[in-house]
Design a protein around this ligand. Structure first.
Ligand SMILES: [Zn+2]
Ligand SMILES: [Zn+2]
Length: 327
């Protein structure tokens, strides 16, 4: 007997009409939920596009405000309290170095395109250039989609070695600007820690009752110091978490997207009694050089990207463990 939908196999009873009604309603609810989620994601993309430039302005404003407080209030206040001239010069020089590096790396992360893949060479053309690329075509932007590339729904294009779309830089973080993004976080954390340490005593004075403050301590200065110190502390704590996570990603050669994919693969392999290995994990040192270029970690030149060597490769193909290991 031919069996189709609504005809239960012999021996099974027909579901009750009430049960069928419930199943239909559940299916309708699921479809409705999926449509709502898709609509919410579209709204988020639009919101990120609109808020992006404002977030960049806010970031520049916050950095500018803390820098203004440091150079025009904290350092002169330290000078008034008897800090020696060589020490003050050293503090000023270190402050300038950190600020210049924050702004340089931030500008590069914002302005540099994260990494647009090459145009798709044509249907069925699976090899291009060195013949090692396994090119796929993105169904949304129709460009080629090399390994590790993903489509960004906010930028509406594919990005090579995409990490994530960052509203604070109003740009995607990808192959071209990942090292600037990491260095921006590093210098920002150092800058915030510097303000927190140097401004700690002044912060305690600024939140003390007015009669206990030094006579040359103006009310507006106290407000600027307390606000800047709190902003620096909050940003430093947030960057410890975010920066720590990205340090882990760099030494294990994963992007944020791959971290989630690899976690799923690891669980799936574990269920089968196997061990999953990230194919791009080439060892800590090589993983580090994939992001910061062929520079030695202990030489610290990688911290100055305007002097350091650029990362090698085009962003369209990446060495894997199986290519490096002897057969
Ligand atoms: Zn795409
Ligand atoms: Zn994007």
């Amino acid at each position: 007997m031919k069996m189709g939908f609504g005809h239960p196999p012999p021996g099974q009873t027909q579901p009750a009409p009430g049960c069928i009604w419930v199943r239909r309603r559940v299916r309708q609810l699921l479809r409705c939920f999926t449509r709502c989620c898709s609509l919410c994601l579209d709204c988020m993309d639009i919101l990120l596009r609109v808020l992006g430039p404002l977030m960049v302005l806010l970031a520049v404003f916050l950095i500018g405000f803390v820098a203004y407080t440091f150079f025009t209030i904290i350092v002169p206040q330290l000078a008034d309290e008897g800090t020696s001239s060589p020490m003050l010069l050293g503090q000023l020089a270190l402050g300038c170095f950190i600020l210049v590096n924050i702004m340089y790396n931030y500008a590069m992360a914002v302005c540099l395109r994260a990494g647009e893949p090459p145009p798709f060479p044509g249907e069925g053309d699976a090899e291009a250039g060195d013949g090692s690329l396994s090119l796929r075509q993105c169904q949304k932007c129709l460009r080629s989609k090399p390994p590790r590339a993903h489509h960004c729904s906010v930028c509406k294009q594919c990005v090579m070695k995409m990490d994530h779309h960052c509203p604070w830089i109003n740009n995607c973080v990808g192959f071209n600007n990942y090292r600037y993004f990491c260095l921006f976080m590093l210098y920002l954390a150092l800058g915030c820690l510097y303000v927190v340490i140097l401004g700690y005593r002044l912060f305690l004075q600024s939140v003390a009752p007015i009669r206990k403050r030094p006579p040359n301590f103006r009310f507006a200065d106290a407000q600027c110091i307390s606000l800047s110190w709190l902003i620096s502390l909050c940003i430093f704590l947030a960057l410890c978490l975010l920066g720590g996570f990205h340090a882990y990603l760099v030494v294990t050669n994963q992007t944020t997207i791959e971290f989630h994919i690899n976690m799923g693969n690891r669980h799936a392999a574990k269920r089968k009694g196997e061990v999953y290995r990230n194919p791009y994990d080439l060892g800590h040192s090589r993983n580090f050089q994939e992001v910061f270029g062929p520079n030695r970690f202990l030489h610290f030149l990688w911290m100055m990207p305007y002097l350091a060597k650029r990362p090698t490769g085009s962003g369209a193909s990446f060495p894997t463990v199986s290519e490096l290991e002897p057969v």
